[in-house]
Design a protein around this ligand. Structure first.
Ligand code: ZN
Length: 409
């Protein structure tokens, strides 16, 4: 059995674990060191560090402190890794802890986090998902049960100082175009709640002042939230610092493409068993600027889908030019409207799209002025027939439109 190199205690604050950090900075010391060819296990807290509880109120989602996220386990130093190499990471297995067989999905309040459909769902709401081996179901969203495509939402290597400076400069320039926007355009460094692993004193203060937030995906990978980066996949990461400094967290039991609910997929604490190798000077050999990966040979197998189309004309009827963000939003809203005909509340339908193995595709981006995005909803995850037929939909559920899942009370 592989060694567990980083352990977490779910009853302890993540700030007290010096093998965890919540910002990106090259000065964060390696928590552990491994050799190419080693396999090992890292344990992870959930992305919020345990702020969200298994109960029926969304007050915790409404009041979540987003400056704490994401709590990452690492960095793992790899002997011999140098800038310009590729770090090859094979995700051998991923799991939840036996004592915590559940995860959460939520929508942030528009005032604290927002999300893809925040104008339609401005209130915080939450659903709890129980795990049954490979499968998950929710007391808040009846009528669906599906196999999880378990994956880390966030994984990547430490940036160099140059790369970090680039990130901070370009994101601040974006914030400066509308500094008072709610939700904000991006999140600048926020030293007050920075957790920099083992860094202490002045060195910590300096790094915390410029440590990049973990929210966006960047050149190193990071918070990509790619559902297909699941157990069994192999990822090729650019290396920017000596030792690479691999960190991982934000484990998801399952997620739809886009992670549209933002808080988030089915979020969970758990463990990752991984193996690392190096490809010396691999970045230039293969022309790699962002990570690439190979998928798992084992994925949930759904054959039948209802596929919803969306175009880049927004809810007010305004024409946008080839805007895939607007188009995907329309595809999602069309799927939500459809699911309400079976008795789901709009919030329950949104939760399904955020958590189930829903596929999102950019189907067309050249047919001016409309982009076409498609959302693939697997029909086999439902415990009843959701396909259209001549008799019209039968209400299988007695949900009320716009009744919150677990409200923010
Ligand atoms: Zn997540």
């Amino acid at each position: 059995m592989a060694d567990t190199l980083i352990k977490v205690d779910l009853s302890q604050s993540a700030f007290e674990n010096d093998m965890i950090h919540n910002r990106w900075h090259p000065d964060i010391p390696m928590a552990v060191t491994v050799k190419p060819g080693d396999d090992f296990i890292l344990e992870c807290v959930d992305w919020t560090g345990g702020q969200i509880k298994n109960d029926d109120s969304a007050a915790d989602v409404r009041d979540v402190n987003l400056s704490h996220v994401h709590f990452l386990s690492g960095p793992v130093g790899v002997e011999g890794a140098e800038p310009g190499d590729l770090l090859v990471v094979e995700l051998l297995d991923i799991g939840a802890f036996p004592q915590q067989q559940w995860g959460f999905n939520g929508f942030f309040s528009k005032q604290n986090g927002g999300g893809f459909l925040t104008d339609h769902f401005p209130q915080a709401q939450k659903s709890i998902w129980d795990f049954e081996g490979l499968f998950t179901k929710s007391r808040h969203v009846p009528g669906v049960r599906y196999a999880g495509l378990i994956h880390p939402g966030l994984i990547g290597c430490l940036p160099s100082q140059d790369l970090l400076n680039t990130w901070n400069a370009r994101e601040q320039a974006l914030i400066d175009t509308n500094p008072t926007r709610v939700p904000p355009l991006a999140n600048p460094p926020f030293p007050a709640t920075a957790h920099m692993g083992r860094l202490k004193g002045e060195a910590k203060a300096k790094a915390a002042a410029e440590g990049a937030r973990t929210v966006p995906p960047r050149e190193h990978g990071g918070n990509c939230d790619i559902k297909d980066l699941s157990r069994g996949s192999k990822i090729y990461f650019p290396v920017y610092v000596k030792g690479a400094g691999l960190s991982v967290g934000d484990l998801h039991f399952s997620q739809g493409d886009g992670e549209i609910t933002f808080c988030g997929a089915i979020e969970m604490a758990g463990w990752v068993h991984m193996k690392v190798e190096l490809i010396k000077e691999g970045m230039s050999k293969y022309g790699i600027r962002n990570p690439i990966f190979r998928p798992s040979p084992i994925t949930p197998h759904y054959n039948d889908y209802l596929i919803f189309e969306g175009i880049s004309v927004d809810e007010a009827g305004t024409q946008h030019y080839l805007d895939v963000h607007v188009a995907y939003r329309q595809a999602c809203l069309n799927a939500i409207e459809y699911l309400t005909k079976f008795g789901y509340s709009r919030a329950q339908a949104y939760a399904i799209l955020g958590t189930a193995p829903v596929q999102g595709h950019i189907s067309g981006v050249v047919d001016i002025p409309n982009a076409c995005a498609t959302l693939f909803l697997p029909t086999e995850i439902f415990e009843f027939d959701i396909r259209p037929n001549a008799n019209g939909p039968t209400k299988f559920l007695k949900g009320d439109v716009d009744v919150p899942l677990a409200p923010d009370l």
